[in-house]
Design a protein around this ligand. Structure first.
Ligand code: ADP
Length: 198
């Protein structure tokens, strides 16, 4: 299973990615988590990424693409993966396509988790109280939502044109959202089997 989980900040990608990846026994790869771990360790990658993250801006594509290419080359990704928070720009879409083309595989599905802006802001501000993430202040939260709407939202159309996109309502209990995702993935898998049958 090769999956992408897309959606605005606060939609619940990280929470759902962990559950879905476990269900399909594939690694959940979150670019945000990898960046945060590198910032915490103050590696060269972390130092390069930190100012962008703190401002709610995307880390430049060259840095992000190199990191993801390296991660997907890991042996644990050979049979599948779930990418959470990548790709977010057209250049990242192109890089992911190139990586997959090189090994002759394709994506199985792209899940877009949706929620309205007020709900997202509320969740992110609540999370900032609990976790104290540096980029969860109100002004940075609003900037992250703007950047998402401008740069990443439009990518959904691209995957819809390829017939890979499944939109899922991100409102409700965690387990309800998980069930919705599993339902769309099951029907995507069934459709794929039907269309690839002789
Ligand atoms: P969220 O999507 O909720 O804003 P993430 O944890 O996924 O949070 O990402 C946190 C930050 O890490 C982003 O605001 C951005 O600076 C950086 N980042 C994560 N993924 C990418 C990506 N694919 N491209 C560029 N920057 C990214």
């Amino acid at each position: 299973m090769r999956l992408l989980l897309m959606g605005p900040p606060g939609a619940g990608k990280g929470t759902q990615a962990a559950v879905i990846a476990e269900r399909f026994a594939v690694p959940a790869i979150s670019t945000g988590d990898i960046f945060r771990a590198n910032v915490a360790e103050q590696t060269a990658l972390g130092v390069a990424a930190q100012a962008y993250m703190d401002a709610g801006e995307y880390v430049p594509d060259e840095i992000t693409n190199a990191m993801v290419a390296d991660r997907l080359a890991g042996g644990d990704c050979a049979d599948g993966f779930l990418l959470d928070g990548y790709p977010r720009t057209p250049q990242q879409v192109a890089e992911l396509d190139a990586i997959l083309d090189r090994v002759g595989v394709g994506l199985d599905a792209v899940v877009l988790l949706e929620a309205d802006t007020d709900e997202l802001v509320g969740r992110l501000l609540a999370r900032s109280q609990e976790q104290g993430r540096a980029d969860d202040t109100e002004s940075v939260v609003r900037r992250r939502l703007e950047v998402y709407a401008a740069e990443t939202g439009p990518l959904a159309d691209h995957y819809a044109e390829r017939d890979l996109l499944a939109r899922v309502d991100g409102l409700g209990q965690v387990h309800e959202v998980t069930e919705r995702i599993l339902t769309v993935l099951t029907s995507a898998a069934a459709q794929r089997t039907a269309t690839s049958a002789p």
